[in-house]
Design a protein around this ligand. Sequence first.
Ligand code: GAR
Length: 224
Amino acid sequence: MTEREAETRLVVLISGGGSNLQAIIDGCADGSIPARIAAVISNRADAYGLTRAAKANLATRVLDHRGFADRESYDAALAEVIEEYAPHALLLAGFMRILTPAFVSRFRGRMFNIHPSLLPKYIGLHTHQRALDAGESRHGASVHFVTEELDGGPVVLQAWVPIERNDDATRLAARVLAREHLIYPAVARWFAQGRLHMRDERVLLDDTPLTEPILLGPDAAPPP
Ligand code: GAR
């Protein structure tokens, strides 16, 4: 392990259940992600992910957006809290807020998000229902670098699942979520290993530009 790997500090932002956070916690604990979570920050005090973080003895912070006059002032305060932990990477894991350009530019190239769709399809909310309504045969999730465009930054890794007859949004979301728990830790691992960069709005993995995202089928494991 290189010195950089041992030192990689992550800050994870959540708003809810934190199952993706749990996958990252587990990956750091078992050594598959050579990094340490320096803090978990939520905009909601009742997010169950905070309980998961506390159980793992991680530092937690709550910064409730409702106390702020506008998006700019919230994001500025959030950035200050994040900087206290001097993270190498910022992982948005079900953090349900639109970010200001000023915030994004501060963490550009080291901020990732997981989104429950096969981007560029279905940016925004209610992705599972929208995929069902559109009669898609498959749906999935994407991990991408965050840029100023909502759900629009370069995608690193995706996983798809088939849409089954009689699927509903809840069942589909659960199957997609299980795949999310595989792809987010993989991307966190590559970043922590110093193998993943964004340059000129493109993904570089092992110094090779990705011409398209890596796409995993339903039973495929992420590349090492
Ligand atoms: C996940 O499905 C994630 O992809 C989605 O929220 C869920 C959070 O679950 N994120 C977004 O929709 C972001 N636009 P979790 O709290 O159990 O990780």
